[in-house]
Design a binder for this molecule. Structure first.
Ligand SMILES: [Zn+2]
Length: 444
C-alpha cells in the first residue's frame, strides 16, 4: 500500500485549510479557483437546480460541483480532496493516489460504483472528489466524468454504508454536417479541421474502416460527408458525441455509407454503425459473450474486490442479471463445463485456431463438455457462483498459454440486424436522412 509520503505530487491536490505542497501546485490551484469563480460569477455555470439557496452563503466549489442542496451542517465538511483519473492508470490506482486515501476505502468506493459505471471507460483527466471526516473516513465521494455528470456516494448515517446517486444535468443537442475532400488520408484531412474533435475523428475512422480499405482504395479528391451529434451545456461542448452518418465517395471505393443504430438501452451490444441493409461494420468474426456491455472490471492489474490484493485480472467482467444469456464468441468445441472453486461454474471453449475462451461464475450450462457450438449460440446463463461479489460474467481469452485482453481483440461484432431490430433501424435511418437534408440546407 502506498503511504502518503510515497505519493507523487504530479497533479493538483488541495484541501481547505491544509497548506499546499509546491508553488507550482499553488499557482495551478489559484488559476483553477479563479476560473471557477469567473465561471460562477459570469453566470456561465451557476446551479439551476439548487434549492434552499437563500438559507446559506453559497460556496463556489459546491455550486461548481452542482449539488442540488447543501445542508448547513454539511457545509462544515464541504472541503474535499481532489484527484483525477491518471494516464494509463485504472480507477483504483488513480483513486489510491488521492492524498489520505486507504486501500480499504478504495475498495469500498470501487464496489459502491461498480454497478453504475463502466470500468472500461475511465479517461485520464476525469475528476475524483473525496470528503473525509476527522477520523480520515470517506464520507462522500464524487466521480465526475464531465461537467454535467455526477456519480455520488454518500455514507448513510443510519447504515454506515455508501448510498449511490446519479445526476446528469440536461444538455442541448446540436447536429452538424462535416463535409470535404480528402487529401493524404481521411484521418489527416479531418485532423486539419479544428471543429472536428479527436473523439469524432476516431469515431469516423472506426465507422468507415469496416467498409473501405483505406490502404488500397483511397485517393486524393475522394469526398466525405459526416453527420455529427454533440451535447452542449451552457455553450460548452461535452466530450464525446456520435457520428449518426458517415459517407465516403471515391474513384475506386465507390459510394459507401453507414448509419448509427441505437436501442433504448444505452449499453445494448447492438448499438453500432450498420450498412443500409443492416449489416454490422465490425469486420471480426468474434461475437460478444453478452447482450449488454456493462464492464465492471477490465483486464490487467487491479485490486481484487474481495481479497484486497493486487493481481492480474486475466479477463473482463460483464455485469448483468442472473439468468442473462451467455453466448459462445466463436464456433468451437466445449473443452470443459463444471464447477471449480473460486471460478464457480466454469465453461471453456476451444476454437479452431487453438484459442480458448473462458466463461466463469455461471449460473448454469446450456451445453456440455465435448459438444460443438456455433458463434452466438447460448452456452450458459450468467450467475454468481464461486468467489464473486455479484452476478456477472468473467470472460477470458487464452492464446498459446497466454492470457490476452479480450477488449483488445476485435470483438465488438454486433450481428446483422433482423426482424424487429431491422425495422427499427430502417425507421432510424429515415430520420437520419431527414436530418441530413435539413442540415444540408444550413451548411456543408
Ligand atoms: Zn473477473
Amino acid at each position: 500500500m502506498l503511504r502518503r509520503a510515497d505519493r507523487p505530487d504530479r497533479f493538483i491536490f488541495y484541501k481547505n485549510g491544509t497548506p499546499l505542497r509546491r508553488p507550482v501546485v499553488l499557482l495551478a490551484a489559484i488559476a483553477l479557483l479563479s476560473l471557477l469563480l469567473f465561471l460562477l460569477f459570469s453566470g456561465d455555470d451557476g446551479e439551476e437546480e439548487r434549492s434552499g439557496a437563500g438559507e446559506m452563503t453559497p460556496n463556489p466549489l459546491d455550486a461548481y460541483l452542482g449539488y442540488a442542496s447543501v445542508l448547513p451542517e454539511e457545509k462544515a465538511r464541504s472541503e474535499y480532496v481532489e484527484g483525477w483519473i491518471l494516464p494509463y492508470k485504472g480507477f483504483e490506482d488513480s483513486l489510491l493516489a488521492v492524498p489520505g486515501m486507504t486501500l480499504a476505502s478504495v475498495l469500498e468506493i470501487a464496489n459502491g460504483i461498480r454497478d453504475h459505471v463502466d470500468f472500461s471507460k475511465f479517461y485520464a483527466g476525469e475528476a475524483l472528489r473525496v470528503w473525509f471526516d476527522d477520523d480520515g473516513r470517506v464520507i462522500r465521494f464524487v466521480y465526475r466524468p464531465n461537467i454535467v455528470t455526477y456519480h455520488t456516494l454518500i455514507r448513510s448515517e443510519k447504515s454506515g454504508k455508501f448510498e449511490y446517486s446519479f445526476v446528469r444535468y440536461p444538455t442541448e443537442t446540436r447536429r452538424r454536417i462535416i463535409a470535404g475532400e480528402m487529401q493524404g488520408t481521411l484521418n489527416a484531412s479531418l485532423a486539419q479541421r479544428s471543429e472536428v474533435t479527436t473523439w469524432i475523428r476516431q469515431a469516423v475512422n472506426n465507422a468507415l474502416e469496416g467498409m473501405i480499405s483505406f490502404n488500397t482504395d483511397a485517393r486524393n479528391g475522394d469526398t466525405y460527408r459526416i453527420l455529427v451529434e454533440e451535447e452542449f451545456y451552457k455553450g460548452r461542448r461535452i466530450p464525446g458525441g456520435r457520428v449518426l452518418y458517415a459517407a465516403y465517395t471515391g474513384k475506386i471505393a465507390g459510394h459507401r455509407e453507414t448509419f448509427w443504430y441505437e436501442e433504448n438501452d444505452p449499453k445494448s451490444a447492438y448499438n453500432a454503425h450498420y450498412t443500409v441493409d443492416g449489416k454490422a461494420l465490425a469486420s471480426s468474426g468474434m461475437r460478444l459473450p453478452v447482450d449488454r456491455i456493462h464492464i465492471t472490471s477490465t483486464f490487467g492489474y487491479r485490486i481484487h474486490p474481495i481479497t484486497g490484493q493486487r493481481h492480474l485480472h486475466n479477463g473482463v467482467d460483464y455485469g448483468g442479471r442472473t439468468g442473462d444469456p451467455v453466448y459462445a464468441v466463436a464456433a468451437g468445441r466445449v473443452a470443459s463445463a463444471g464447477f471449480e472453486g473460486a471460478n464457480g461454474n466454469k465453461l471453456v471453449i476451444r476454437h479452431i485456431d487453438g484459442t480458448e475462451t473462458f466463461y466463469l461464475h455461471l449460473h448454469s450450462f446450456a451445453t456440455r463438455a465435448g459438444s460443438t457450438v456455433k458463434a452466438g449460440q447460448i452456452v450458459a446463463k450468467m450467475g454468481n457462483t464461486g468467489r464473486s461479489t455479484g452476478s456477472h460474467l468473467h470472460f477470458g481469452i487464452r492464446r498459446q498459454g497466454k492470457w490476452e485482453n479480450p477488449l483488445r481483440i476485435k470483438m465488438i461484432a454486433a450481428p446483422t440486424l433482423t426482424g424487429e431490430r431491422l425495422e427499427r433501424f430502417k425507421g432510424q435511418m429515415r430520420q437520419i436522412r431527414g436530418l441530413l437534408e435539413k442540415s444540408a440546407a444550413g451548411n456543408g
